[in-house]
Design a binder for this molecule. Structure first.
Ligand code: GYE
Length: 340
């Protein structure tokens, strides 16, 4: 009952701002304030600065945090959607510091420009846990640890897969024209995937990377940039698309241009993330291969916080396990076991 009253109070406070209190989830959206008395209840107050809601991957990622940082698990979660803008994320972090949260979780949209704000968090004694993307800072002690994917390895694997596939198809000696839809420039996922793929590209004299363009990880921009590529080049053999949502947009553009893709079509598509809709697109024969990126980071971060609460040491860098899927595999069976 007491909790219900607090929930109502929090709702009234946040109604002025934007968010609300959602049932049993101790979550406040776009918060400027939270009810200080929750500390007295023994909740751990966590501020999460998320990149945005640009992709299916991101939605799964947000959900994995929301479903673990709950009242039942002893948390009060302040959730801020950065809407793909670093300035919004900087504001959120400063807000979390003002509110003296216990932990800050940051998924940084880009790698650079975080030194000052992380120093402020450090000075305030608030541990910062990085999730998914990472930062480039002068002093690595500005954050406690990072958990996420090995983006460079994902890109490198994509290059190796293409190498094997072309060999299988007897096309190893052909000139292979490639275009790349990049993610948000300067984001870890973009840098790693571009550089990882390039590490194989650079070894293949007959692979011709015609153009790189960013489509910001969104479906709408993926479609726009792919339409531009198709107008400019009529001999694209391969599309490397640095996330599934850009791939969905690109597939629409390919169809609208009267072109074809997938194992029975002209353009070979390599995608990243392996979200459900992309696995389905692979079953439909639109995408050749998808390199998995695991969005379920919430439980890992929660475990880290539990360990920090007990005064235990945590590893600085923690990678999650990943694999890839292609049309030669039993995708229907694989999909039965997947949770995202
Ligand atoms: O691939 C993409 C999202 O940072 C790994 O961001 C993440 C990427 C993911 O928008 O879909």
């Amino acid at each position: 009952m007491k909790k219900k009253i607090k929930c109502v109070i929090r709702f009234l406070i946040s109604a002025f701002i934007l968010g609300g209190c959602t049932g049993k989830q101790n979550v406040q959206e776009s918060s400027q304030l939270y009810d200080e008395t929750v500390r007295g209840d023994g909740y751990i107050v966590v501020g999460f600065s998320q990149v945005g809601s640009e992709s299916d991957w991101r939605i799964g990622n947000t959900e994995s945090f929301r479903s673990i940082f709950t009242e039942e698990n002893g948390y009060y979660l302040l959730f801020e959607d950065g809407q793909q803008k670093q300035e919004n994320q900087l504001k959120s972090i400063r807000n979390f510091i003002l509110q003296e949260v216990d932990y800050i979780i940051l998924d940084p949209i880009v790698e650079t420009g975080w030194d000052a704000v992380l120093q402020e968090a450090k000075d305030a004694g608030i541990p910062v846990i990085l999730a998914d993307r990472s930062v480039k800072v002068e002093d690595e002690d500005l954050y406690t640890c990072w958990v996420g994917s090995n983006f460079h390895e994902e890109g490198r694997r994509a290059g190796e897969w293409l190498l094997d596939y072309l060999e299988e198809q007897g096309r190893s000696e052909e000139t292979i024209n490639i275009v790349t839809l990049q993610g948000t420039i300067d984001s870890s996922a973009q840098i790693g995937r571009t550089e990882g793929f390039k590490s194989i590209l650079d070894t293949q004299a007959n692979w011709n990377m015609m153009e790189y363009q960013s489509a910001d990880f969104t479906q709408a921009k993926g479609k726009e940039v792919m339409s531009y590529f198709l107008e400019k080049y009529d001999d694209i053999d391969v599309l490397v698309s640095e996330n599934d949502n850009m791939t969905f947009g690109a597939v629409e553009a390919i169809r609208e241009a009267g072109r074809t893709c997938g194992p029975d079509g002209e353009i070979i598509i390599l995608s990243f993330d392996s979200v459900r809709a992309a696995m389905e697109a692979m079953l439909q024969g639109e995408i050749h291969v998808d390199f998995e990126c695991n969005p379920i980071l919430g439980p890992k971060v929660e475990e880290i916080i539990r360990r920090l609460e007990k005064g235990e040491a945590v590893e600085k860098i923690q990678y999650v396990e990943e694999q890839y899927f292609d049309t030669s595999m039993d995708l229907e069976k694989i999909m039965e076991t997947r949770t995202y």
